[in-house]
Design a protein. Structure first.
Lengths: 221, 104
């Protein structure tokens, strides 16, 4: 149910070999979504088109070091996100913190946690970065399984509550109001059971308790 | 539980929530398949699923799924958006020029 946004398969080898047909196909598959993604943040058509062009040129320059741990979707939209952040910084536009109970633009929360461009890592940080990449991959797998379970079981309210809490960063109290739940303790219970479920799933992937910050620490619920 | 334990617990919860939030967003954990978004656009989804998709697009404001929905709408409305066709041609020209530069 929840998969990458493109079903078309693109051969990384051909892209890395700078094959014109491969690049034309990639662009045909993605340019509209990249354009609409960028335009959502910038509004203006011409700036969005310019940034879309920058995204593909950035992809072309970066494809040689494409890391197969990521999908092409993540690669392209990662560049798009960085271009948007660069644009905000260059024009001194403020990324407003999102408030789930306010009217602020919540699409801003999707821009967080990204450095504008990858700087070379010092040696001592390489191992840490590899651990983090492994952690993200496994946690992504676990979360995807859990979300698929909720979707298959028709537990859409729970899914919305979890997305509200984890993705938007909403508070239990606001989630209760937003979803017509009797009180915030019920919301806390939904979150608690989800975390317990994730922990249960994580045990299979992390028998040595070496991957997840907070999950296995003494005292962690 | 003592205050100290409570505080430690809160710190652990915050770390876990931060990790989950970061991975959830970057891996697009709850982004529905484009076919689901298409069905939603056409009014073909059941109550709960339709409500979730609307929440994901309008409350969470997922920029990836909104881009897909904008794309799907534009495809249905191609004639009104010649701007996309023109843009596609310009993008392709600049990419080809860059490819030639990279090869030389």
């Amino acid at each position: 149910m929840f998969v990458a946004m493109s079903e078309q398969v693109h051969d990384i080898g051909n892209l890395q070999a700078m094959d014109e047909t491969a690049w034309a196909e990639l662009q045909e598959d993605y340019y509209r979504r990249v354009y609409f993604y960028v335009k959502r943040y910038l509004g203006d058509h011409q700036t969005a088109e310019d940034l879309t062009q920058d995204v593909f040129l950035g992809a072309l320059r970066g494809i040689a070091s494409f890391d197969p741990i990521y999908s092409l979707d993540q690669f392209l939209f990662g560049i798009a996100k960085n271009r948007v952040i660069d644009h905000y910084r260059k024009h001194k536009l403020t990324l407003m913190p999102s408030k789930p109970d306010g009217d602020s633009d919540k699409s801003q929360v999707w821009l967080e946690n990204l450095a504008p461009d990858k700087a070379p890592l010092p040696k001592e940080r390489v191992v840490k970065a590899e651990d983090e990449a492994r952690q993200r991959k496994v946690l992504g797998q676990i979360l995807r399984e859990h979300v698929s379970e909720l979707w298959s079981a028709g537990e859409f309210q729970k899914l919305m509550v979890l997305e509200y809490l984890f993705v938007i960063g909403g508070r239990n109290k606001d989630a209760a109001m937003r979803f017509g739940i009797s009180d915030e303790k019920t919301v806390a219970g939904i979150k608690f059971r989800a975390v317990e479920r994730l922990r249960g799933m994580a045990r299979q992937h992390d028998p040595n308790h070496s991957l997840f910050i907070g999950l296995w620490s003494p005292g962690a619920r | 539980m003592s205050d100290q334990e409570d505080s430690k617990q809160a710190e652990l919860d915050a770390k876990l929530a931060f990790t989950v939030a970061t991975v959830w967003r970057s891996e697009r954990i709850s982004c529905p398949h484009p076919h689901v978004l298409q069905s939603w656009l056409q009014g073909g989804l059941d109550g709960g699923a339709a409500e979730f998709v609307a929440f994901h697009l309008q409350d969470s404001e997922c920029p990836y799924c909104n881009a897909t929905v904008d794309d799907l709408k534009a495809r249905d409305d191609e004639a009104k958006l010649p701007v996309l066709k023109d843009m596609k041609d310009r993008l392709l020209r600049s990419t080809i020029a860059e490819l030639k530069k990279a090869k030389s």
